[in-house]
Design a protein. Structure first.
Length: 741
């Protein structure tokens, strides 16, 4: 990094939420622009910035600051300029002049150490002095916190977040126990807190350190592995590797954590040893099992009479002929309190939902929902009825896992149908069930052979494997789908058979390429020219249509055919840098107007506007997996507007951009719940845990019209033969089984 020593002239822009600032500074005889997240600085202050020089396409040369060190003003004019800058309430240029005239170079020290002396200055009475003191104290407190945290290598963005959370007590609280940040603040990992703590001389055997590590490991197991608990032996082994402490100390701290209810210890029948988990997941899975039991016992309030006659009339009206299993699914849906309908592509899940809606619509209120905006939109298109995201339907309250709709304000419906259940994790399932009254029909629809949810838990698979919840598994393929090689090959793969490749006139193709580099080059050519021409897009719109219609899915993030490298390649092919197209560099990603992007974590606070029948309406929340397109960029203020689901406009500030990535290529895990006209996928080998059957199956079932695989037949065979499903430690199945007498 480079250094820039300069004096602040003025602040062009500042975002108080994340500290992002645009400054004009002077160094020697030259003026420069400095940008970055930093404490609030005032005119006249001398600052040493560390960072890098960058070239902005619109605003030219800028210094992008990563850290800053502030020196107090060192001349009378600088002190006067600092005090009169407007940073401190109650002090304007005239009052600053009077303060400096009275106290001279001691003005800053007087304000800091003896602020009561301000009343010595002509024109400053007790009331005005109190306002000045309060404002000055606030500014200095935040500044000290920011500089204190940056001294330990924390980014300005994270330092701002920590300072806002702990307020004026930040420094004292962190000095007492830096590990509290691991449990309090998202984005602070154990290693960061550990580095700060050890540099402060905190004992490596401290109870704070051990308990923070236990919390971190269980939270990490939930986030990266989907586990709602860990066996005690597995947790202890991970903790020993992380902490390098004795077993006795570890066991003592686990016992104390259980006694203080920081952790929950329990046992379940299929585990030979005790299990440990965070209280949230323990109570969430228990509550899911209890509420499902009540729903199953209560049965629907509204009955459907004359079922056989009505279903026969419906078959005639819709020109369909339900198979015995499909008929059983419809019948169970109108009789049971809870029903799961599962099956692969083309097995008639959507047709069954349409039949259920038609049977119930005359006498019952029905709500449809799905985990993501895209899945909800697809559900609406397939059924002709409105479907909402689960979060929107539950009117989430702005905080994670907190919804307005709950047992005290339940959903007003006789029947609730939830699609894409494989994506629903335990947190969302608990929130959903809290809002469903006993006596409501609950119909859960999904493909249990797809990848499990990104969040913790294995809800759909646990429900099915428990055998407690009534379910129907559809296996027959509808006749109208028999010509689709996508559907046929998906079922072949699910049964452990190689897909049929390159059938003439079909919708499933294979391009043989031996290396990752060759496969990546071919994928670029497919999206830039070959597929747009094959699909009949108007030539002048090839790039735009390709971005929206064709989705590349990769098993991995890394390598030439990983999502990171392919995103760069495809961005340059489909949305290259060019005059008149605004862009913004954030970290290692350059976002451009027109880019396809994906949200990578739930943000319950960010606001959006949506086009409505009468003007626009406002809401909040963008969720992990939402895909959108960049509509506008303001490079000067580091703002970017993204349109999700063709209706929700979200403006991201600098700090919030951390949650966005390019989405020309997605990992298969991130594509869950989505459906695309065309899917292109590299199959060139990779880690065994990723080269698995359910991953390939999930990728193929994302496509509606066309699939193109690029790579090697032996890599496809490896995935088909590898039916290893990574185990998730969850308790929901055991808790459901325990509800059966």
């Amino acid at each position: 990094m480079e250094q820039l020593t300069a004096t602040v002239l003025d602040t062009t822009f500042r975002n108080d939420d994340n500290g992002y600032t645009v400054l004009r500074v002077v160094a020697g005889r030259s003026q420069h622009t400095v940008v970055g997240a930093m404490p609030q600085l005032s005119s006249g202050e001398n600052v040493v910035f560390e960072g890098d020089w960058t070239e902005h396409p619109m605003y030219g040369k800028q210094f992008s600051a990563k850290t800053c060190t502030i020196a107090p003003p060192d001349t009378l004019s600088a002190v006067e300029k600092y005090l009169g800058s407007g940073l401190i309430r109650g002090i304007g240029p005239a009052t600053a002049k009077l303060i400096v005239k009275h106290f001279g170079m001691d003005a800053m020290q007087i304000l800091d150490e003896h602020p009561e002396r301000l009343t010595e200055v002509s024109g400053i009475g007790p009331k005005k002095a109190a306002m000045i003191i309060e404002s000055f104290t606030e500014q200095m407190s935040m500044r000290r916190v920011m500089l204190f945290l940056q001294n330990y290598g924390l980014s300005p963005n994270l330092a701002t977040k920590i300072a806002k959370y702990y307020g004026e007590n930040t420094i004292d609280l962190i000095r007492q126990n830096p590990y509290r940040m691991v449990m309090d603040i998202e984005g602070v990992g154990f290693l960061t807190a550990d580095r700060i703590a050890l540099s402060m001389g905190i004992d490596p055997q401290s109870e704070f350190r051990v308990r923070a590590a236990l919390f971190y490991l269980l939270n990490e197991a939930a986030g990266s592995g989907g586990h709602t608990f860990l066996p005690e032996t597995a947790l202890c082994e991970r903790a020993r590797q992380l902490l390098r402490v004795e077993e006795e100390l570890l066991q003592n701290q686990i016992t104390q954590a259980v006694l203080t209810k920081m952790l929950v210890r329990f046992s379940i029948p299929d585990q030979e040893e005790d299990c440990l988990c965070l209280p949230f997941f323990f109570h969430a899975e228990s509550e899911i099992a209890t509420r499902l039991h009540y729903l199953m016992e209560s049965r629907p309030y509204k009955k459907v009479s004359g079922f056989e006659n009505r279903i026969a009339a419906l078959e005639q009206e819709l020109a369909i002929d339900l198979s015995p299993m499909q008929r059983q699914a419809v019948k169970s849906a109108v009789e049971e309190g809870v029903l799961i309908i599962t099956g692969g592509p083309g097995t008639g899940k959507t047709t069954i939902i349409r039949c259920i809606i038609r049977l119930l619509k005359e006498d019952s209120d029905i709500l449809l929902c799905a985990p993501t905006g895209r899945a909800a939109k697809r559900m609406s298109e397939a059924t002709g009825e409105e479907a909402k995201t689960i979060h929107r339907m539950l009117e989430y309250g702005g905080d994670e896992n907190v919804f307005v709709r709950d047992e005290n304000y339940p959903l007003e419906t006789d029947c609730l149908i939830v699609d894409e259940m494989s994506m629903v994790d335990v947190a969302l399932m608990r929130g959903l069930l809290r809002a469903v009254l006993p006596g409501t029909r609950l119909i859960l629809v999904g493909d249990a052979d797809q990848l499990p949810s990104v969040g913790a838990g294995n809800v759909l698979r646990d429900l099915l494997e428990s055998g407690v919840v009534p379910s129907v598994r559809l296996t027959d393929i509808f006749r109208q789908d028999e010509s689709s090689m996508i559907v046929l090959n998906a079922h072949r793969i699910n049964e452990g058979e190689m897909p049929t490749l390159n059938v003439k006139g079909a919708d499933f193709f294979f391009e043989r390429r031996l290396t990752q580099g060759e496969a990546a080059q071919t994928i670029g050519e497919l999206l830039e020219k070959r597929l747009p021409g094959y699909l009949g897009f108007p030539k002048g719109t090839w790039q735009r249509e390709a971005v929206r219609a064709i989705q590349v899915l990769s098993p991995t993030k890394k390598g030439d055919c990983g999502s990171i490298a392919l995103n760069k390649l495809l961005q340059n092919a489909l949305n290259p840098e060019r005059p008149g197209v605004d862009s913004i560099l954030h970290g290692e990603i350059e976002f451009r107007v027109g880019d396809k992007v994906i949200q990578t974590k739930n943000d319950y606070q960010i606001t959006f506007t949506r086009k409505a029948a009468f003007g626009t309406e406002e809401g909040a929340g963008v969720f992990n997996g939402d895909v959108g397109y960049v509509e506008h960029i303001d490079p000067a203020e580091h703002l970017m507007t993204v349109c999700f689901d063709e209706e929700r406009l979200v403006t991201y500030q600098k700090q919030q951009l951390d949650a966005l990535e390019l989405a020309y290529c997605l990992t298969v895990h991130k594509s869950q719940g989505c459906e695309f006209p065309v899917v292109v996928m590299p199959v060139v080998g990779g880690p065994p845990m990723l080269m698995a059957r359910n991953l390939l199956y999930t990728a193929l079932t994302r496509a509606r019209q066309l699939v193109v695989l690029v790579g090697r037949e032996d890599a496809i065979a490896q995935m088909v033969q590898n039916n290893h499903v990574v185990k998730r430690y969850t308790t929901l199945r055991a808790r459901l089984e325990a509800t059966v007498p």
